[in-house]
Design a binder for this molecule. Structure first.
Ligand code: ZN
Length: 97
């Protein structure tokens, strides 16, 4: 049964990949809400504390992964200083220019 938990943990790591890579490589934070990620960071900290006191080691690991990925997202978003060509195109399409 534990394999299900590890598959879930692996998918959490994979899910963050494209966003963090885009922030890192393109320095583009288009569509990233710092407010939402900050709430997520607080939420993960609470869930980490809860899992720790319940001795749920799998969830402790998942929340540690979450906190690291969220912190990386927030730091890279604050560092980002441009909109990549792809997202410039998306912005232009939506405004109808
Ligand atoms: Zn972009």
């Amino acid at each position: 049964m534990e394999i299900i938990g590890w598959v879930g943990t692996t998918l959490v790591i994979i899910a963050y990949g494209p966003q963090i890579y885009h922030l890192w490589a393109a320095r583009c934070a288009w569509g990233v809400s710092l407010w939402m990620w900050s709430i997520w960071l607080v939420s993960s900290t609470f869930l980490l504390t809860y899992s720790w006191f319940r001795s749920e080691m799998l969830f402790v690991i998942v929340q540690c992964v979450n906190i690291l990925a969220i912190a990386a997202t927030i730091l890279l978003t604050r560092r980002s200083n441009q909109i990549c060509p792809y997202h410039r195109g998306v912005t232009r399409d939506k405004s109808g220019e």
